[in-house]
Design a protein around this ligand. Structure first.
Ligand code: ATP
Length: 703
């Protein structure tokens, strides 16, 4: 039975050392970003954006107050026909003596209404369909994409003309609907494609893993990364709608008795304004459309810079903007969890420890493809003890990451866990079957009990959110009762723990060095004081000096906070240095586990020996680097018997006939297990489970 979330829930305010995070000593640099009203003020710092905004605002104001400031009734005729601009008619008059300025002001109302109305409806529809299709995937995506594709292939101009012709007297609303119907599909396609790519990004995976609900991931992680596209789509649609309305009116397909810039052009054309040289009749309407379109483009440019921190820094960036503030208000999840009893003070790990925190039994993970099943992890068993660092080594493709993702239940299709058990034991002795947890239990388990530090911090961190905000997001999702001050204090505390100055909470990922980013990821992993941290190549992209700093930090934290670590890396010398126990994977199987010291001194599996002979070690006697001949096996076509046989210098006939089980072998510490027939007891009874040829068995004590 899965452990109830309540049983594992922690104190809402407990820090890693039992210190309540509510110690209200948070400096105002905790990285939630500037207050929203100030954030938007940043938009005004660009002269171009400011000019665009002023022009758009001027048009909006003029449209709103048109009835009060228009000098004449726009439809009123007079004797002053076709008079050019003068003191009494600033923009001249029409063939019937109507005042062009009044028509322009009233026309702005209809044109702006159509532009903004169509843009709002089109954008809402595009975002709803595009983001839903991209995020939900599967049949939902297929249906919505089909719908969008159907609308995309419809020729929009003829469709617009036909629809407008059938709705001639519906006024602005009819045109808004026509533009919405013919315009939403493009935006939906673009947003769907972006969402599809974003949902696979590590920072979205990380948000999912931290237990954030879907709506929050969409609102906080997916949509902010699409603001530029959504804004461009909105502002482009405003211009496009005004142009379309003008074109339809010009063609006489709109209600030409309703004043708009388009109907002014229509009447100017029917009144032969071009032929008679009455430029004042048609130029203002054309100019208004062009100026408004340009102003909207300038605003769009500013928004692009504003939402993209890199552009912002190059352009509008301000020091003030980078100073975080504590008081950002956020919505909270109303999940109530009883307090978790404080973690007992950590005892240093020793090889004699029997306090198992994670027990993995016969785990099998397969990738299901058209060409069949790829067994990426085959019958893997291991235990992780409290406070232990288990290093998982192996060449590329040996199944390390697949194993890490499977034990955290973060594996994605086509990966399937087809067999096995992953059992977690809480400090109070209760156990949970990780593979049987439902979504809610998993949300509570991940990050509360087990967190993950992903391979590349640059991809795992959301590029448009400040570091402090990203750490805080995890706390918001799991500790909804903490207020902003307490969360900010915890963010500062966590940054301190991983050695990042508190004032960097307000920095964006690209503003940090690679080492700092990786430490920020570790801070995210530590945010809820988990029992286990899975680290998948956390230092691979870093230079050796930074690597060393981070490893030392991890070791120091582990000793101080008492968590256990599953550490995955290609770097065997690093692994030996930091691990208590090493597990070596080959062809999807664990072929050796041993205490790190024993492993270094006396590896028991020929593959382990080959691996060790491929890496220079940082200490100890000099070794000749010889490497391993050949290349890792194709998991879909493993050789018969021992998968390492074709590359093994010690292979003998029986190796082709039998998949070797893990044999208990002596070694100096006596605690090693090696899957090699060299360690089989020639006098032992055959093990029918591990043999492909029962006549040629050599079995010893297996686990
Ligand atoms: N989506 C997939 N579909 C099919 N096979 C896959 C998929 N992802 C991984 N594999 C296969 O699963 C095996 C294990 O891959 P995995 O990434 O777990 O290895 P790894 O040891 O972590 O490698 P690396 O160190 O390079 O990350 C490989 O043979 C790989 O080709």
């Amino acid at each position: 039975m899965a452990l109830q979330p309540a049983a594992l829930a922690g104190s809402d305010a407990a820090g890693p050392e039992g210190d309540p995070a509510g110690a209200g000593a948070a400096p105002d640099t905790a990285g939630s970003g500037a207050a929203p009203h100030r954030v938007w003020l940043r938009l005004l710092r660009s002269p171009l954006t400011l000019s665009g905004l002023v022009i758009v605002l001027a048009f909006v104001v003029l449209a709103v107050i048109a009835p009060w400031i228009s000098p004449y009734d726009p439809s009123a005729v007079s004797d002053s026909t076709l008079v050019g601009p003068s003191a009494s008619h600033w923009l001249g008059t029409t063939q019937n003596g109507q005042d062009v300025l009044s028509q322009m002001l009233y026309g702005a109302r209809a044109s702006m209404l159509v532009g903004i109305g169509a843009a709002v409806l089109t954008t809402v529809l595009s975002v709803a369909v595009g983001v839903t299709a991209g995020y939900v995937g599967g049949i939902g995506d297929e249906v919505l994409s089909l719908l969008a594709n159907v609308f995309l292939v419809l020729p929009s101009l003829p469709l617009t003309i036909i629809l407008a012709a059938y709705l001639p007297h519906s006024g602005s609303l009819g045109i808004i609907l026509v533009i919405t119907v013919t315009g939403w599909a493009w935006g939906a396609r673009v947003l769907r494609a972006q969402t599809l790519s974003l949902r696979r990004r590590d920072f979205v995976e990380a948000a999912r893993a931290t237990g954030e609900p879907t709506w929050r991931i969409i609102v906080k992680d997916i949509l902010p990364n699409q603001v530029a596209v959504i804004a461009a789509s909105f502002l482009g649609t405003v211009t496009m709608a005004i142009l379309t309305q003008a074109s339809l009116a010009f063609l006489g397909l709109a209600d030409v008795t309703q004043w708009s810039w388009g109907t002014i052009l229509y009447w100017a054309q029917t009144g032969s304004a071009l032929l008679t040289g009455a430029w004042w009749w048609f130029v203002p309407a054309g100019l208004a459309i062009a100026v408004l379109g340009t102003a909207l483009s300038l605003v769009n440019f500013g928004i692009d810079e504003f939402v993209n921190p890199r552009l912002r820094q190059a352009g509008i960036g301000t020091k003030k903007a980078q100073r975080g503030q504590v008081a950002a208000q956020r919505t909270r999840r109303a999940r109530h969890r009883p307090p978790r009893s404080p973690r007992p003070a950590p005892a240093p790990f020793t090889q004699d420890s029997t306090d198992v925190v994670l027990d993995v039994r016969d785990l099998r993970v397969e990738y299901v493809g058209e060409g069949g099943r790829t067994p990426a992890v085959s019958d893997v068993s291991f235990t992780l003890r409290r406070g232990e660092v288990l290093g998982i080594a192996g060449e590329s493709g040996s199944g390390k990451s697949t194993l890490a993702y499977a034990i955290t239940r973060l594996h994605k299709p086509p990966a399937e866990i087809t067999h096995g058990e992953v059992r977690y034991t809480a400090p109070d002795g209760r156990t949970a079957d990780v593979l049987a947890m439902d979504d809610a239990e998993l949300r509570d388990f991940r990050w509360e009990e087990l967190s993950i530090v992903f391979q590349s911090a640059m991809h795992a961190l959301n590029p448009v959110l400040r570091i402090g905000t990203q750490i805080e997001d995890v706390i918001v999702a799991h500790r909804p009762k903490l207020d902003a001050r307490e969360r900010a204090a915890r963010v500062v505390e966590l940054l301190g723990i991983v050695g990042i100055p508190a004032d960097r909470a307000g920095s964006y990922p690209h503003e940090l060095s690679g080492g700092m980013r990786q430490r920020a990821m570790i801070a995210v992993g530590l945010a809820l004081d988990p029992e286990i941290i899975v680290m998948d190549e956390p230092t691979t992209a870093l230079d050796v000096v930074i690597q060393r700093q981070i490893i030392e930090k991890i070791m120091e934290l582990k000793d101080r906070l008492g968590f256990s670590v599953v550490f995955i890396t290609h770097d065997l010398s690093l692994l030996i240095e930091l691990s208590d126990t090493i597990a070596v994977m080959y062809g999807g199987k664990v072929v050796e586990t041993a205490p790190a010291g024993d492993f270094y001194r006396d590896p028991q599996h020929p593959y382990s020996r080959g691996l060790l002979a491929s890496f220079p070690t940082l200490g100890g006697p000099k070794r000749e680097l010889t490497g391993i001949p050949g290349s890792p096996p194709d998991l879909r076509r493993l050789p018969s018997g021992c998968a390492f046989r074709p590359r093994c210098p010690h292979a003998f006939d029986a190796c082709a006939a039998q998949v070797p089980p893990l044999y208990q072998v002596g070694g100096p510490g006596g605690g090693a297990l090696a899957a090699c027939l060299l360690h089989a007891d020639p006098h032992a009874e055959p093990d029918p489970n591990s043999a492909t040829d029962p006549n040629e068995l050599a079995t010893g004590e297996t686990r």
